[in-house]
Design a protein around this ligand. Structure first.
Ligand SMILES: [Fe+2]
Length: 386
């Protein structure tokens, strides 16, 4: 069966790539962008650098800088009103995955109307909206290259997965210099998120030879550099490797899908407001242990690609090393358990059935090498709590 691959039409990748913004817009024939960002990016100088470039090129622009972490339908509806009220032909998203996902939601809503919940998977998005140029400032969600957006339904607290060509940015600017000021916690959380993308894309039932290469390359870059990037924010080589890894992992999972970790992570994020990368990290070692017997060779390949198991060593031993490394990484990066994070045990237990049904409804667990039953998901949630 043929693998269907989605990717942006144009990408500028490397230190200083932000300077290519006017040129990218011109190549795509876009002249009137609405910039989508957040208060931090608006205040730290990155937004000013982008708008100065547009001013110099004579491109008129306007800014919607009210995006929030874990974007909500409410904020996206406000942003869409803003988009509709002006004469814009495109969106330029600058920020972490939340700003990029907000821009995607705005584009989908402008073109299709209704409510974003109408387009959550498995529903299709009928029309593509205004094109998006995505400029990530974290390494990262990979959202700059994916056909997904994750939006929290303000009314139900559900973290919805919305997928389709309409969500894939037309262009991406991948400039690791924008990540040099990222604080430790954000570097660690977004880094583990991208490692999870690479591993899940590789073990996914929807993986293909094309995504395999991207995923293995990404996990090698991330695993070898995440500790250095956390220890020294100004380590340019580590930052560049992390950024490349995040984008490649994004291309891999955009086309191979994520699996059980992401499926179970979204409800934890939605109900307990745990940052996305952190809730992935809480789950990754235990879910890898659960899944590995069903795809021993694939997980062994991950250990080898990450540089924690020698080539030629047997798969069982390599997988044991992978599990050790994932647990050690969580310890080194101070990833708490849900309990240590302060999540109330009673409420956690009460919510397990709804968390499980949301996890299953997202479709991601069906891509896992070992497809869990509801009971197994509940059991896994219980196991990671302490
Ligand atoms: Fe993710």
């Amino acid at each position: 069966m043929a693998a269907l691959i989605t990717a942006p039409r144009l990408m500028a990748i490397g230190g200083g790539a932000l300077a290519e913004l006017p040129q990218l817009l011109a190549q795509l024939g876009l002249t009137r962008p609405l910039i989508v960002s957040d208060p931090y990016i608006a205040g730290c100088g990155i937004l000013d650098r982008a708008t100065a470039l547009l001013d110099k090129a004579g491109v008129p622009w306007s800014v919607f800088a009210d995006t929030v972490p874990d974007p909500t339908t409410e904020v996206i509806e406000t942003g869409t009103l803003r988009l509709r009220s002006g004469d814009f032909d495109s969106l330029v998203a600058i920020g972490g995955g939340s700003s990029i996902d907000t821009a995607k939601g705005m584009s989908v809503l402008l073109a299709n109307g209704g409510h974003l919940r109408d387009y959550k998977v498995p529903n299709e998005i009928p029309l593509a909206g205004p094109p998006i140029v995505a400029i990530p400032t974290t390494a990262g969600t990979g959202s700059e290259v994916t056909r997904f957006t994750v939006v929290t339904d303000t009314e139900t607290d559900e973290k919805m997965l919305i997928a389709g060509l309409a969500c894939c940015p037309s262009a991406a600017i991948v400039d690791f210099e924008l990540t040099l000021t990222m604080p430790l916690r954000l570097t660690a959380d977004t880094g583990i998120d991208s490692l999870t993308h690479a591993i899940e894309a590789y073990v996914s039932r929807r993986a293909s030879p094309f995504t395999d290469g991207l995923a293995k390359n990404a996990m090698g870059l991330i695993a070898r550099n995440i500790r250095a990037a956390c220890a020294d924010p100004q380590n340019r080589a580590a930052r560049e490797a992390m950024m490349l890894g995040a984008t490649k992992a994004g291309m891999a999972f955009s086309n191979a899908s994520v699996a059980l970790v992401h499926g179970m992570s979204r409800p934890i994020g939605a109900f307990f407001h745990v940052p996305h990368g952190l809730s992935n990290a809480m789950l990754l070692p235990e879910i890898t242990a659960f899944s590995a017997p069903a795809a021993l060779e694939r997980y062994a390949d991950c250990a080898r690609a990450m540089g924690v198991a020698p080539e030629g060593e047997g798969s069982q031993a390599a997988v044991a090393r992978l599990l050790d490394e994932l647990r050690r990484l969580n310890a080194d990066l101070q990833v708490p358990s849900p309990s240590a994070y302060g999540i109330d045990r009673k409420r956690y237990n009460e919510l397990l059935p709804v968390m499980t049904s949301q996890a299953l409804a997202s479709g991601s667990p069906a891509n896992n090498p070992r497809v869990p039953t509801s009971e197994e998901i509940i059991d896994l949630y219980r196991r990671v709590y302490e």
